[in-house]
Design a protein around this ligand. Sequence first.
Ligand code: PBG
Length: 336
Amino acid sequence: MKKPLSPEPERIRLTQRPRRNRRSPALRDLVRETELSPSDLILPLFVTEGKKQRLPISAMPGQFRFSLDELLKTCEEAADLGVPAVALFPVLPEGKKDKRASESVNPKGLLQETISTIKAKVPSLLVISDVAMDPYSVDGHDGLVRDGEILNDETLPILADMAIVQAKAGADLVAPSDMMDGRVGYLRRALDQAGFHDVGILSYAAKYASSFYGPFREALDSAPRSGDKKTYQMDPANRREAVREALLDVQEGADILMVKPALAYLDIISLVRSKVNVPVAAYQVSGEYAMIKAAAERGWIDGPRAMHETLLAIKRAGADMILTYFALEMARTLRG
Ligand code: PBG
């Protein structure tokens, strides 16, 4: 008889067989290292003026610009599903925008009214409010613009006033997404002086100048009217700089740090997680959501599985919490 070229099966003595731990669903459950829960998720929401509005966002199927009455239903659903927090972004009509983002400090403005109404109607839900000028700015920039330059120090008092009116309205955490230098410390002092010691700061610590924000800018009609955001948002090529930004924000008093976007920046999430002792959030941004939805609509990938896998990967990388437009869909799946 001819001798086989490969060793005979009975002669293979493998001590290590990692596949043993994958043999059944029960074993895989037992050895799983990362588990997602609805309590890891934060739902970003867009609020617009008016009543009974659910305006679709074309590049974000399943996401809407809600008027407050409709938004409340979504907030109730989030709370029922065990999603602990929403992150709010206002959509302003062009007529309410100006160079100084004046509407952002109107105590009766859309965002403030939304915050106080959610806190009154769904008190268990945490409200995180965005601190940045872009939704309110005719320039579409996160800071004050003069002669094409985004001014840092002149922007800080505007952000501080914004944070204070949001805190007054009842925000649990304010989330500066502007990337101006020194804003976390400036906001912390301003909030403390106004008596809001307990209002936390979730800082967008490592926020990159990313192509993945496109659908969000469509939703808010907030794309920069000229130039780009590269003088304040980070260069996607940089990694050490994320640590520098993270450590500064912790020093200045941030309660939670954020890395954004998420999937293309898993190394940054992991690195920041290893360098600080505060919780780390990651933001699976609009373009990440759009890519999964678009490919799933074409039947090119399995949407729900890609949703689960990407969120799991973001948590595995080190995120303690994830802002994601999938929050409700994911929570429903996890609830079975
Ligand atoms: C701006 C802001 C942006 C996002 C959150 N806050 C866009 C930008 O920086 O231009 C993007 C979120 C997303 O894409 O889902 N303050």
